[in-house]
Design a protein around this ligand. Structure first.
Ligand code: PMP
Length: 351
């Protein structure tokens, strides 16, 4: 840290991304990426766009928003494009929270929420999960705080219904409710249709998981036009060209390859069922997941030991040291071959 850093940032606890190792080739089940490559149309679109990299990208993301609007049944004015959904979340915290209006979120959820809270000096309210690790919607009623909920939640994978979220929106009409749907394509139901009814709803989605574009960095915010305009105020005050040309092209082509990605999601869900059954057979308890990962613990081996032992054997999963979940590992669902290798390795470790 230099002596020039502003005081408020000196004690900031930054977000720690999952490992992206370069030392050797792992079966990488630690950061919820897709095991499948982008669609051939995406690869083609990206290659073609390279010719125009001397020009700035379209700050309004016109073509991408138009294609997305058609696909999602909304208007382009309902869509904000972010450099990953992390940027959409960041801009939302920046735009809608201050000293008087902090943010509430589940105490076990996406690790970036408290980091944004700290960054902006907010009064955050982490709300505990139930004993079964589910979110209790009643805990979010009439909070008088902005709210962000990952649905499905991470790292649990557990889902709230659209009706439960509607009840949260109804009871917090004067606060922004952000529903982070990073993992919604793996069996969840999106709240997107609710943006027509609720002027306080921001639905956030990403291209990093179901659409195999984690490295391209693209996310969407969906909301009524005034909220989108607010996010644009932040964007045009920080980085107008936040989405590069290659990513705009990739995103548009990805939207046009929907059946390819639907197929991939179906395979992930099948592999999730396979892995859940196999781990359960080995004595694990596995939380019911609607995401492209599962959260599992075994009565005889701690989460950290399992993570380290798997790593030694070339398989990366994610472990969190947070006390309430330190028994667990989070396992990204990969190809069937990867999941079979995981199960065989765990069998060996347990025996
Ligand atoms: N929300 C949740 C719940 C996530 O797990 C992630 C992935 N780390 C993100 C948002 C951000 O994803 P991205 O910035 O790649 O769109």
């Amino acid at each position: 840290m230099s002596r020039f850093l502003r005081n408020a940032f000196r004690s900031l606890e930054v977000y720690v991304p999952g490992e992206q190792p370069r030392d050797k080739k792992y079966i990488k089940l630690n950061t919820n990426e897709s095991p499948f490559p982008p669609s051939p149309e995406v690869l083609d679109a990206v290659a073609k766009e390279a010719d125009s990299l001397q020009l700035y990208s379209d700050p309004e993301c016109t073509a991408l928003r138009k294609t997305a609007a058609e696909q999602f049944g909304v208007r382009p004015e309902n869509i904000f494009c972010g450099n990953g959904s992390d940027e959409v979340l960041n801009f939302a915290f920046f735009a809608f929270c201050d000293e008087t209006r902090g943010m509430a979120f589940p105490s076990i959820s996406y690790g970036f929420y408290p980091v944004f809270g700290d960054l902006y000096g907010l009064d955050c309210l982490p709300i505990p999960l139930r004993d079964d690790f589910s979110i209790c919607p009643d805990d979010y009623f009439s909070l008088n705080k902005n709210i962000v909920i990952a649905n499905p939640n991470a790292p649990t994978g557990m889902l709230l219904s659209v009706e439960q979220i509607r009840a949260i929106l109804d009871s917090n009409p004067n606060n922004i409710v952000i529903i982070d749907e990073a993992y919604v394509d793996f069996g969840g139901k999106s709240c997107l249709p609710l943006i027509a009814e609720y002027d306080n709803l921001l639905v956030v989605q990403t291209f990093s998981k179901s659409r195999s574009l984690a490295g391209a960095r693209l996310g969407f915010g969906f909301a009524q036009p005034p909220i989108i305009a607010d996010l644009n105020r932040v964007k045009y005050s920080t980085n107008p060209y936040n989405i590069n040309r290659e990513t705009l092209a990739a995103g548009e082509a990805a939207l046009r390859s929907q059946s390819y990605y639907d197929d991939n999601c179906r395979r992930i869900m099948e592999n999730r069922a396979f892995t859940t059954d196999a781990l359960t057979g080995l004595g694990f308890s596995v939380l019911p997941s609607s995401a492209n990962f599962i959260f599992a613990r075994h009565p005889k081996i701690g989460g950290e030991t399992l993570y380290l032992t798997l790593k030694e054997r070339g398989i990366l999963v994610r472990h969190f040291s947070h006390r309430e979940i330190s028994d667990f590992v989070r396992i990204t669902i990969g190809t069937l071959e990867q999941m079979q290798a995981l199960i065989e390795t765990i069998q060996t470790i347990l025996s």
